[in-house]
Design a protein around this ligand. Structure first.
Ligand code: NAD
Ligand code: LMR
Length: 326
């Protein structure tokens, strides 16, 4: 039996937490042979609800669940963790401006980044789900100077999965057959889902669909505004699909994507004309516990415009929290 891996989940008493924890404990994220110890962080006022979730986890009698730690202290939550899913965040409330939201989350993610810096395993893999996910991930990364920046990522896998489903529906082909999809930029309506390189059984998806108007007027707005459509329909933001995307993201990062392209928000490095200094969604392939950007893709004029638009939004978000870093 392998030694247990410590996995932190923040916002553990929330809706995504409720869809996420049971799947981690059943081995869907790190493998059916990998025991886990769950480190569950939530606010003091959520500790009672968190106890209830832990009672349910116990009642599942998961063979891979080797222990649980419940806390409201990030320094305890991140002690020795090898995986950290930062889900808990301050939601936008009535009358709150985007800037106020960034400010409130800036406070949370500086503290959590520092706690990761001080207590987590040196090779910890961090995924930020809580919105605004890219900028929160950037704040956490900047607050953890002793950790490798490449260990910090933001979740764009939900956008990636949403785009896969839309393409499958349009082409009448199974999702599993779609290869080489990319999603660029911010996890927000400005993200750019790009199927120019995608194939299905070796055939070009762009040629199969052959409809640029559909791409611009239907596909991109549907994927970009899917989160809002779900809030409108459910009265709550996406939870099970967000948890599923988080499982996919960490699973592939740790266990490999089998040569498939997947999308991760990672620190920009100047490639594709995206300057350093933001967390930007890019296509990657994962192998041996590392992600590697897909390189050398051609960026046409339409894509350039979309990629710059989502970059501009990320730069604006960064400007709003720049004071946190002097
Ligand atoms: P929720 O309100 O149901 O749960 C959030 C939990 O986080 C609550 O239990 C709350 O007490 C906790 N929390 C708040 N601040 C915290 C802190 N400082 N430390 C620890 N815990 C804290 O929300 P949810 O539906 O689970 O969504 C969580 C976040 O994920 C939101 O920001 C949401 O917008 C975001 N989200 C992101 C994606 C994505 O694709 N990146 C998709 C869906 C939702
Ligand atoms: C989603 O994409 O479903 C969420 O990010 C939406 C939201 O605003 O919580």
């Amino acid at each position: 039996m392998k030694a247990p891996v410590r996995v932190a989940v923040t916002g553990a008493a929330g809706q995504i937490g409720y869809s996420l924890l049971f799947r981690i404990a059943s081995g869907e994220m790190l493998g059916k042979d990998q025991p886990v110890i769950l480190h569950l962080l939530d606010l003091p006022q959520a500790q009672t609800a968190l106890k209830g979730v832990m009672m349910e986890l116990e009642d599942c009698a998961f063979p891979l669940l080797a222990g649980m730690v419940a806390t409201d202290d990030p320094n305890v939550a991140f002690k020795d963790v090898k995986v950290a899913l930062l889900v808990g965040a301050r939601p936008r409330s009535k009358g709150m401006e985007r800037k106020d939201l960034l400010e409130a989350n800036g406070a949370i993610f500086t503290v959590q980044g520092k706690a990761l810096n001080d207590h987590a395993a040196r090779d910890v893999k961090v995924l930020v789900v809580g919105n605004p996910a890219n900028t929160n991930a950037w704040i956490a990364m900047k607050s953890a100077p002793d950790l490798d920046p490449k260990n910090f990522t933001a979740m764009l896998r939900l956008d990636h999965n949403r785009a896969l489903s839309q393409i499958a529906a349009k082409t009448g082909k199974p999702v599993a057959a779609i290869e080489k999809l990319a999603v660029w930029g911010n996890h927000s309506p400005t993200m750019y889902a790009d199927y120019r390189f995608a194939t299905i059984d070796g055939q070009s998806v762009k040629t199969l669909i052959n409809d640029d108007v559909w791409n611009r007027d239907v596909f991109l707005p549907t994927v970009g505004k899917r989160g809002a459509a779900i809030i409108e329909a459910r009265g709550l933001s996406s939870a099970a699909s967000a948890a599923n995307a988080a499982i996919d993201h960490i699973h592939d990062w740790v266990l490999g994507s089998n040569g498939k392209w997947v999308t991760m928000g990672v620190p920009s490095d100047g490639s594709y004309g995206i300057p350093e200094g933001v967390m930007y969604g890019v296509p990657v392939v994962c192998e041996n516990g590392e992600y590697k950007r897909v390189e050398g893709l051609e960026i046409d004029a339409f894509s350039r415009e979309r990629m710059d638009l989502t970059l501009a939004e990320l730069e604006e978000e960064r400007a709003a929290i720049a004071h946190l870093f002097g």
